[in-house]
Design a protein around this ligand. Structure first.
Ligand code: MIC
Ligand code: SF4
Length: 643
């Protein structure tokens, strides 16, 4: 039997387990990346492991999220990360150099390699044929120390692309179409592999838009083949030597195949508050718009920006609209400045922001009350923009630019033609904002500089024989890590200060949660389907741990969050019968009378609801290795015990 792309890379990196879907596999990791909002914690964890120099082929730290310096906290964290990088063999991409995924694609990604990043959009690297996955900070720390990355062996779904995108229809519309069909849970346990004749018609940045937003499917990752288009992209980045062709075997097998005819697509939009609430732009056209934000790791390539500039050229942004544009990298920004496109954006009235995550993570630019904001980003979860009642729609750069001019949601296919974009034969290469690590001989002399914002992170304890506590919170389906641990300009500076962060835990759902936990010494959280979707932030596990949460009991979990819970030493439990969810109320007293012995024996866990007088069967969704981690009280304790 032949191998598909994902299986080929997995096979070449397998260090433990069998390639049987659902079974735990360990993978050798070639590259890692971090960003600043998750990186501080990841490097504190790396330091705690006591490994002097990273053992990966390439590890890079990016500063792109916490770039608003409203107080000393973010600047201190950046200085900490810079000095840790110098000391431990990590490349440091300075603030102003761009968004991690865009810069990594341009400067470091290599087809056929494995990459994990402490950011859920790491699958962007799938656009050049990497097996690139989002992970918790602790997993990234372990990989930097030379340890394997463990995932359940995924199934592989093929998306067969045919035809060619019509003018003004974009890669964003491709991934929105896939989200419309599969939903935000459709990718769980799967790699989404793109193939078919349509692939050759898509540039690397277009492919990267599609793999980036595959995170919103809940997929392990998404991947494109590495072909002549990939070679030309790497050549234009001065990195032809990094090119390796990579295609699936002709007799490769897939779990399933779905077909997307690129020629038949029209501009699409994801409506508030979920990336899979997708409708044709034409059906929503005319909706008044208050704000348009163009950028983010999904849509900030030179190609995206040039299309936007061409649409804006010679026009003026509608008087009722605030338009922001954040180029994805300094390479993109610089090229726009040199070729005049930036002047067209400025002349049209765009508010040009630095090349960073910016509004995507609520670092400024919150919309007005109940405002309609069109964004080329990948997430429109409730409250993420910083305005609780804002309505965020996710659209392509073309739809965003067209609507910024008219002031209402506008189908860009109604616009007059713009010049076709041609990929440059050579990008502007200038790596002067990437600070290399100290040479081996000098690393001991590097002092790591820590600010007062860095507090100790909470440590789990070994699992007791039995647990008994109250349900601190009951929530519904599709709870995101933005619900559990919100981000935004006011909170993000405290990513290395768990005690401070804890007061905001679940505040989107219930402002009393943190206080209730403090008064009760913690307890349990109950949830519905796809609990923990979205961001990879391990803070969504570390903060509940700090508040005394011992188990999360839900209908189903999103992959990265489930792994983060295990790493933190919190039990991830699922109902054997989803209907039992209805029989538990917030405030109920629950007992897990034999939880330790049950976990030692397997994955079945018995729950007594003492308030409702009902016994419920649960499963601990964990591999043998993860169960050992839970018994020990999380990944750090487990690593210490097994060192
Ligand atoms: C996001 O898009 O939600 C983030 C901010 O990039 C997160 C990481 C974080 O919470 O720091 C992600 O996607 O993993
Ligand atoms: Fe940054 Fe937004 Fe991308 Fe997250 S999704 S890495 S916040 S640009």
């Amino acid at each position: 039997m032949g191998y598909n792309l994902a299986q080929k890379i997995i096979k070449a990196h397998l260090v433990s387990g069998r390639m049987v879907p659902g079974e735990d596999i360990g993978l050798r990791i070639d590259q890692t990346l971090t960003q600043d909002a998750t990186g501080t914690m990841a490097y504190l964890e790396f330091e705690a492991m006591g490994v002097p120099r990273v053992k990966t082929e390439r590890s890079v730290a990016y500063i792109d999220h916490n770039t608003l310096q409203n107080g000393f906290e973010n600047a201190d964290d950046h200085r900490f990360i810079r000095t840790v990088c110098k000391k431990h063999g990590i490349y440091y991409s300075r603030p102003g150099n761009g968004i991690c995924h865009q810069v990594h694609l341009e400067r470091f990604g290599i087809p056929g390699k494995t990459l994990i990043g402490s950011d859920s959009h790491t699958p962007t690297g799938g656009g050049i044929g990497m097996l690139a996955m989002g992970a918790g900070g602790m997993d990234v720390a372990v990989a930097m120390g030379g340890g394997a990355y463990h995932i359940p062996m995924p199934k592989v779904l093929k998306v067969e692309l045919t035809g060619q995108l019509p003018p003004f229809v974009a890669a964003k519309d491709v991934i929105l179409e896939v989200l419309r069909r599969l939903s935000v849970k459709g990718g769980v346990g799967r790699v989404i592999e793109y193939g078919g004749p349509g692939v050759a018609t898509l540039s690397v940045p277009e492919r990267a838009t599609i793999t980036n937003m595959g995170a919103e499917l809940g997929a392990t990752t998404s991947i494109f083949p590495s072909d002549e288009v990939t070679r030309r992209f790497l050549q234009a980045q001065g990195r032809e030597a990094d090119y390796h062709p990579l295609t699936p075997d002709p007799d490769a097998e897939y779990e399933d195949v779905i077909t997307v005819d690129l020629s038949a697509l029209a501009p699409l939009a994801a409506m508030p508050h979920s990336p899979d609430a997708v409708r044709p732009v034409a059906a929503l056209a005319g909706l008044p718009v208050d704000q348009v934000c163009i950028g983010s790791c999904t849509n900030s390539s030179l190609q995206d920006m040039m299309k936007v500039a061409a649409i804006l050229k010679g026009k003026t942004v509608a008087p009722t609209v605030s338009l922001t544009i954040s180029p994805g990298s300094r390479q993109v920004f610089n090229m726009l400045a040199l070729n005049g496109a930036l002047a067209d954006m400025i002349a049209a009235g765009a508010r040009v922001l630095e090349c960073a995550c910016g509004p995507c993570i609520g670092m400024g630019q919150s919309p007005n009350s109940a405002g309609v904001s069109l964004r080329t980003f990948n997430r429109n979860f409730e409250g993420r923009s910083g305005t609780a009642d804002a309505k965020v729609f996710l659209v392509s750069p073309e739809t965003a630019a067209a609507s910024a001019l008219t002031g209402v949601l506008t189908d860009p296919t109604t616009l007059p033609p713009i010049p076709a974009f041609v990929m440059p034969a050579a990008f502007l290469i200038n790596d002067n904002m990437i600070d290399p690590p100290a040479p081996q001989a000098e690393m001991d002399g590097v002092e790591v500089l820590r600010g007062p914002n860095i507090k100790e992170f909470p440590q789990a304890r070994a699992l007791e024989a039995a647990l008994q506590a109250d349900v601190m919170l009951k929530v519904g389906d599709n709870i995101t890590t933005d619900h559990i641990m919100p981000a935004g300009a006011k909170i993000l500076p405290y990513r290395s200060n768990i005690p401070y962060l804890s007061q905001f835990c679940f505040a989107v759902c219930d402002t009393g949660f943190a206080e209730r936990c403090k008064q009760n010494g913690g307890g349990f959280v109950v949830g519905g389907e796809n609990y923990g979707q979205g961001s990879s932030r391990e803070h969504a596990a570390l903060v509940p741990l700090y508040l005394g949460i011992r188990a999360v009991i839900v209908k189903s979990f999103a992959r990265i969050h489930c792994a983060n819970l295990v790493n933190a030493g919190i039990l991830p439990l699922t109902f054997n019968d989803p209907a039992d969810y209805d029989a538990i109320q917030q405030g109920d007293r629950l007992a897990l009378p034999s939880v330790r012995a049950e976990l030692q024996a397997g994955t079945a866990v018995t729950l007594h609801n003492l308030t409702q007088n009902k016994t419920v069967g649960l499963t601990c969704q964990a591999s043998d290795r993860q169960r050992a981690m839970l018994l020990a009280g999380g990944l750090l304790n487990y690593t210490r015990e097994n060192a």
